[in-house]
Design a protein around this ligand. Structure first.
Ligand code: TRP
Length: 330
């Protein structure tokens, strides 16, 4: 039996944060042997917000290189850049015609982002989930690992596929949503009620970025918000800061939350934060080394990118063709 297909993507905006690593990349890595995985740098999604053209290319290469540096094997997986496969835009248009404005208007991310970008509420921001649906449906993906903030978009993707199939027969694969139980949401270090973000601009101490130097990591960890109990215990409701640090520690060291609680019993927060900081530094070290190696030769990196796009396109072209035929295009 052939392997099931996994698709996921990350936007090339800002330097990926520890939240992206734990919530997405670690999970991607765990899937790469069992599934046929496609991991995409979703640059088309990124232009819903204005980007400086002279930096954009570097940000795309950076994320592409970080996927590989984080342990995703470009031979085993299909790692590629969204805009290199024009079928994404093409299928997105078709799917726009099978999506209702009422559905798009209900998307909480659209409402949030419109509030934040009042001067640029463009149509792309609105139809963003349709492009996301196209990404997934273009490869017949069975499984889509995402953070829980993308759940509503993926539910819409399923609805669009089901609607399309109702009209035309079983053309599109209806994907399953996969949300990791622990670590799906790494929170901001100084505001543990909100998700850690790679586009953090207000307070850089909220996010640890994958390219942060060790002393920066340790300093940010030291400033992380905890509480006044002096008790290392997992309790997201009453102790969101400590719980967040425990999640980070547990995911990076593969020690269970319970064992970690035991390990830090009777220890003060300074000791605890230091241990979490060291776990982060040790995790980032090999990633940063490999990243530097890859970025020392962008020409070689671009060859990998091109190969990834060719692999992706071979599948995408087929699904695009079947979808067009189903609609009746000649
Ligand atoms: N919208 C996702 C995010 O911001 C990124 C994304 C784009 C994606 N296309 C996708 C994720 C397809 C999973 C599948 O996190």
């Amino acid at each position: 039996m052939s392997k099931k297909i996994v698709f996921s993507g990350i936007q090339p905006s800002g330097v990926p944060a520890l939240g992206n690593y734990i919530g997405a990349m670690l999970n991607f890595k765990a899937l790469q042997d069992e599934y046929n995985c496609l991991y995409c740098v979703v640059d088309l999604h990124a232009i819903t917000v204005r980007r400086a053209p002279e930096l954009f290319g570097d940000h795309v290469r950076r994320l592409f290189a970080l996927y590989i540096a984080a342990g995703l094997d470009p031979e085993k997986n299909t790692i590629f850049v969204q805009s290199h496969v024009p079928e994404h835009s093409q299928l997105a248009w078709l799917l726009n015609c099978y999506t209702y404005v009422g559905e798009l208007g209900r998307m909480t991310q659209f409402k949030d982002k419109s509030r934040k970008n009042e001067d640029n509420i463009n149509a792309g921001l609105y139809t963003y989930p349709v492009l996301m649906a196209a990404d997934v449906l273009l490869y017949g993906a069975h499984l889509v690992p995402i953070g829980d903030d993308q759940k509503q978009h993926m539910e819409l993707c399923r609805d669009i596929a089901i609607r399309f199939n109702k009209i035309y027969g079983d053309v599109l694969v209806v994907p399953e949503i996969m949300i990791p139980k622990i670590g799906a949401r790494i929170m901001k270090l100084q505001d543990p009620l909100h998700k850690m973000d790679k586009s953090e601009s207000e307070n850089l101490n909220n996010s640890i970025f994958l390219l942060d130097e060790p002393d920066i990591v340790m300093a940010k960890m030291k400033k992380a918000v905890t509480d006044s109990d002096a008790l290392v215990k997992y309790d997201t409701e009453n102790k969101p800061g400590v719980s967040n640090l425990l999640t980070i520690y547990s995911r990076l060291t593969k020690i269970s939350i319970q064992d970690a609680e035991r390990e830090f019993e009777g220890k003060n927060y300074g000791f605890f934060k230091n241990a979490v900081g060291e776990a982060v530094v040790e995790t980032l070290r090999p990633i940063q080394d490999e990243y530097k190696r890859l970025r020392a030769d962008d020409a070689a990196l671009d060859v990998l990118m091109k190969k990834g796009a060719e692999k992706a396109r071979a599948i995408a072209a087929k699904v695009m063709d079947e979808t067009s035929k189903a609609i009746g295009f000649i």
